[in-house]
Design a binder for this molecule. Structure first.
Ligand code: SUG
Length: 448
C-alpha cells in the first residue's frame, strides 16, 4: 500500500503579533513590540501550502486557536464580562494579556509528536500533544490542540491520542520540533530520532548556561513509551548546549531529516559520531541506508544558521527519489548560506533543488517553513480516514484566502490587543472556520 508524508501547516491566527515572549529565541526577542500584519502572515502561510500542493505533495491545514484566551485570564484571577477581563488585564498586567493573545499555535511543529502506524506496537498512528511548558503563552495551547487533532484524526481504529505530559519543567516537551523519523519508505518501520536539550533527573548530562533547554530526555522517553516504540526503533541524542545558548531553541533550527537523510550543522549535537553510528545500525536493520549531510562551521556558522533558518527547512522527497529543500527568503539574504546552497544542489548529491518562500511575518517571531508544519506519515487507508475538510485543495485554498481577507486586520500593535472588538472578530472568524474545515465545536467559546 502506498504511504505519504502529509504536511499539516498551521494557519496563522488573527491575533498574530510580536510580543517578545520567547526568551532564547533571538527573532522573538529582537522584533518585540514591532507592529505585525496578521493578514499578510496568514496569506504567506497559505501561499506555501498551495505551492506544495501544486508540486504534488500531500498538504493539510491545522486551525489556529481562540485568542485572546479569556478563560486563561480568568484562571489568573481576572473577572467580569469577557470585555472586562480584557480591560482589567490590559490595565494591571499587560504582559499577561499579550501572552494570552499570542498566535503561537501557528508553529504546529510544536503541536505534538507523531509516530506512524508502522512504528507503533498497536499499529495505530499515535499523537502526543506537546505541553510546551517552557513558555506560559505556549503552555495554554495543548487543550485546544488536542481537540483540533481529535477532530482531524477522529477514527480510533487508526488514530490514538495522548494528553500532554505532566505540566512541569522536568517533562518539558516541544513536540515534533525535536523529533525526526528516518525510514526507507513512509509505510515501513523506521527509526524515530528524539533530540533533547537536557536531562531533568540525570546530572551527568550537561545543560546550557544562558538560555533554557526546552526539551528534556525524560519527556522524549515518555512519548516513546506512550507510542509503543521498541528500543530498536528509537535513537536519543543530546543537542549541543552551546548552540542552545546561541539561540538554537529547538533541534529543528539546526538539523532536519527525512527518509534516509539527516541534514545537520557540525555543531548541532553532542557525541555526533556515536549518534550517527547508532542511526546507521538501527535504520540498517530496518532495510534502510542512513545518509548524513554535515554542514561545516567553516562554511556556515551557528549564527548564520540562526539568522537564516537554513535548517528550519522542509526536506521533501520527490517522486524520482531526489530531494527538495524549502527554505525561507532569509537564506537568500545570507551570502554564505546562499553560496552553500548553490554548492549543495550542484554537487550531484541527493538534494537537487531549493525553493524559496517569503514567510517574513512568521520568521520575525522565529518560525520558519519547518516550524509551520506538522508531519504525519499515513498509508492510503489512514489518509482516507482523515477528516477531508482539512486536506488542502484548490477550492479550499480559495475559500481560506477569502476568509482571511474578510476577517483579518493588516496591522496589529500592542494597544490593539486591549480592544475587546478583537476578541469578537477572532471568534466570528473561527466560528466560520470550523464550518469551512468541518471540525465541529473545538474552541472554548463554542463549548462553554
Ligand atoms: O516557541 N515563537 C515560537 C517559535 C516556534 C518555532 N518553532 C519551531 N522551531 N519548531 C517559540 O519560541 C514568539 C511569540 C512572540 O514573541 O510573540 C514565539 O512564541
Amino acid at each position: 500500500m502506498k504511504s505519504y508524508e502529509v504536511n499539516f501547516d498551521g494557519l496563522v491566527g488573527p491575533t498574530h503579533n510580536y510580543g517578545g515572549l520567547s526568551y532564547g529565541n533571538v527573532a522573538s526577542q529582537s522584533n518585540s513590540q514591532q507592529s505585525s500584519n496578521p493578514k499578510e502572515a496568514a496569506l504567506q502561510g497559505l501561499a506555501k501550502m498551495k505551492a506544495l500542493m501544486e508540486m504534488g505533495f500531500q498538504q493539510g491545514v491545522l486551525a489556529p486557536q481562540e485568542r485572546p484566551d479569556v478563560a486563561a485570564l480568568r484562571r489568573l484571577g481576572f473577572s467580569g464580562s469577557d470585555a472586562q477581563v480584557i480591560e482589567r488585564a490590559a490595565k494591571d498586567a499587560m504582559p499577561l494579556l499579550v501572552a494570552s493573545c499570542s498566535a503561537s499555535s501557528m508553529w504546529v511543529a510544536n503541536a505534538a509528536t507523531v509516530s506512524p502506524s508502522a512504528d507503533t506496537a498497536d499499529g495505530r498512528v499515535h499523537f502526543t500533544a506537546a505541553n510546551l511548558n517552557c513558555k506560559y503563552h505556549r503552555s495554554i495551547e495543548h487543550p485546544t490542540t488536542s481537540r483540533v487533532l481529535g477532530a482531524m484524526f477522529a477514527d480510533q481504529k487508526h488514530f490514538a491520542h495522548h494528553a500532554a505530559l505532566p505540566a512541569v519543567a522536568q517533562f518539558g516537551d516541544e513536540g515534533a520540533a525535536n523529533h525526526t523519523r528516518f525510514c526507507r519508505d513512509y509505510g515501513q518501520a523506521g527509526v524515530e530520532f528524539f533530540v533533547f536539550g537536557r536531562s531533568a533527573f540525570d546530572t551527568r548530562y550537561p545543560a546550557p548556561q544562558k538560555y533554557p533547554a526546552r526539551q528534556t530526555l525524560e519527556a522524549s522517553q515518555a512519548v516513546a513509551r506512550l507510542h509503543g516504540l521498541g528500543d530498536d526503533g528509537v535513537v536519543y541524542a543530546q543537542q549541543n548546549p552551546s548552540v542552545i545558548d546561541q539561540g538554537v531553541f529547538h533541534n529543528d533550527v539546526i538539523a532536519v531529516g527525512n527518509g534516509e537523510v539527516l541534514f545537520y550543522h557540525e555543531d548541532a549535537f553532542l557525541e555526533t559520531d556515536k549518534m550517527l553510528a547508532e542511526l546507521q545500525a538501527k535504520l540498517g536493520k530496518r532495510g534502510g541506508n542512513f545518509q548524513s549531510i554535515c554542514v561545516p562551521r567553516s562554511q556556515v556558522t551557528v549564527e548564520d544558521a540562526v539568522r537564516s533558518y537554513l535548517f528550519n527547512s522542509q526536506l521533501l522527497s520527490r517522486a524520482d527519489g531526489s530531494m527538495l529543500l524549502i527554505v525561507p527568503e532569509e537564506c537568500r539574504g545570507n551570502e554564505r548560506v546562499w553560496q552553500y546552497l548553490q554548492g549543495l544542489t550542484s554537487s550531484g548529491g541527493l538534494i537537487r533543488e531549493v525553493k524559496v518562500f517569503d514567510l517574513k511575518q512568521s520568521m520575525q517571531n522565529g518560525g520558519g517553513p519547518a516550524c509551520l508544519r506538522l508531519r504525519v506519515a499515513l498509508n492510503q487507508t489512514e489518509l482516507a480516514a482523515v477528516n477531508p475538510g482539512v486536506i488542502m485543495t484548490a477550492p479550499l485554498y480559495g475559500t481560506l484566502t477569502q476568509w482571511v481577507d474578510k476577517h483579518y486586520r493588516d496591522r496589529l500593535s500592542e494597544n490593539d490587543l486591549a480592544d475587546p472588538q478583537l476578541l469578537l472578530e477572532c471568534r466570528t472568524a473561527l466560528d466560520e472556520l470550523t464550518q469551512i474545515l468541518k471540525l465541529g465545536a473545538v474552541y472554548p467559546f463554542q463549548i462553554n
